[in-house]
Ligand binder design. Structure first.
Ligand code: GDP
Ligand code: MN
Length: 404
């Protein structure tokens, strides 16, 4: 699950990390109150920041929601200094409009929340990222003096400017590694010491929060030599949700693909793609293999869908409903290997789905494994117009042909 900047910063702040703090709001009626509150804490310079689940906001463009080709203002994040009226005018242009950045696609994302934060005078910007490096089973901390800009560009053009330190998760970040990062960034004196504390706490936060990505771009050295997280991007590892019941409140379904949200509610693993062959498969590996073979046969998968090992007729029906809600879907391939899940149950699910949903596209079915023969009988006697297949290649070919 991805978090908004203001949510990520609030979690980091609780763990003792110095962040550019502020107040989030979803309606301009709260603007004056937010400023008054910040002023009461001694803050007199402001930055106004759009909150969407995408980066590159600073260089993004705000378009009118009701008139998508009209630019309202350039930039989805702006430093306003102490000019409260200017900040208010700008904030009013963000809320309810569409922010397009290099990460959102041209349809952009609606700004439903803005963050009014403390404006900081910046001496230098850095990049810090922590994530899992699966190839070595370690966490990797990446740091660069090229902060604020797209790290992808730095990685591509000047990879030597990214310093990497691999942390063994069972040992944790060692002090020599923290120093290696500080030296690599060219830090000295008090800033050096502050950075060591900052990165140590940040690594702890990555572990404690069960994050799969923690990115601070930029981390800044302020004019008064403080080390501050100016931006924060956190992705929480969904596999650890059971340890963090409170994370449920952080979910913003507006930011997620509606079909994926619905699938989650039915315990289905669904990821929307942009092809036209809907896939219903059990097991993530088989689902990947199925997608590959559809591609090989000249088709293009519309989704990844793993119905899981305990598929019931209801699961299958919900799977159908979700696949068919995508209007790009022109054919469906059901590929089930009956191991734990029994093929006859899946067959009954297909029949139940066909009764309750109007299935208007060709459906190719391949059921193998436990009770496959019974399943075939059930489907053959159902009177439904299904195309059956025995091997996976055959299934992929038949579904691609059915598109013609
Ligand atoms: P992003 O564009 O989505 O990554 O949003 P950021 O939160 O990183 O902000 C974009 C840029 O705005 C930063 O890289 C800074 O250069 C600038 N910025 C953000 N907050 C401040 C601030 O308090 N003071 C100054 N001077 N610039 C800021
Ligand atoms: Mn940023």
């Amino acid at each position: 699950m991805n978090l908004h900047e203001y949510q990520a910063k609030s979690l980091l702040k609780k763990l003792g990390i110095k962040v550019q703090d502020g107040v989030a709001l979803n309606d301009m009626q709260y603007f004056d109150g937010a400023i008054e509150y910040l002023q009461s804490t001694g803050i007199h310079k402001f930055v106004v920041k759009s909150q969407i689940h995408a980066g590159g906001r600073g260089k993004g463009v705000i378009y009118r929601k009701d008139k998508h080709d009209e630019i309202v203002v350039e930039g989805g994040v702006k430093y306003m200094g102490s000019d409260v009226q200017k900040a208010k005018d700008y904030a009013g242009k963000l809320l309810g409009n569409i922010l397009v950045t290099h990460q959102t696609g041209k349809e952009g994302k609606e700004v439903r929340t803005i963050f009014i934060a403390e404006g900081i005078d910046i001496k230098k910007e850095f990049y810090i990222g922590i994530l899992l490096d699966r190839s070595v089973s370690k966490n990797v901390i990446m740091a660069s003096t090229e902060g604020g800009v797209e790290i992808e560009t730095v990685a591509e053009k000047t990879p030597e400017k990214i310093i990497k330190v691999w942390v063994d998760p069972s040992v944790g970040l060692l002090s020599y590694q923290a120093r290696e990062l500080a030296f690599g960034l060219g830090l000295e004196g008090n800033v050096f010491k502050d950075f060591i504390k900052f990165i140590t706490k940040l690594y702890d936060a990555y572990v404690k929060l069960d994050a799969s990505l923690l990115e601070i771009n930029p981390m800044v050295i302020s004019e008064n030599d403080e080390v501050i997280a100016l931006d924060a991007k956190v992705t929480l590892d969904g596999n650890a949700d059971f340890r963090h019941k409170d994370y449920k409140d952080l979910e913003d379904t507006n930011e997620e693909e509606p079909l994926e949200t619905e699938a989650k509610a039915h315990n289905l693993n669904y990821i929307k793609l942009d092809g036209n062959v809907g896939c219903m498969v059990n097991g993530a590996g088989l689902a990947m293999g199925t997608m590959d073979l559809i591609k090989l046969a000249g088709g293009s998968p519309a989704n990844f869908l793993d119905v899981g090992g305990t598929a019931t007729p209801d699961t299958v029906e919900n799977g159908f409903r979700i696949i068919l809600s995508d209007s790009n879907v022109k054919a469906i391939l059901i590929n089930i290997f009956g191991g734990i899940v029994r093929c006859d149950r899946v067959a009954n699910g297909v029949i139940q789905a066909a009764k309750n949903i109007n299935i208007t596209v060709p459906v190719v079915v391949r059921l193998q494994g436990t009770n496959a023969e019974e399943a075939k009988k059930i489907l053959d006697n159902s009177g439904l117009n299904l195309i059956s297949a025995t091997t996976l290649e055959e299934a992929a070919q038949k579904v691609t042909e059915s598109l013609k």
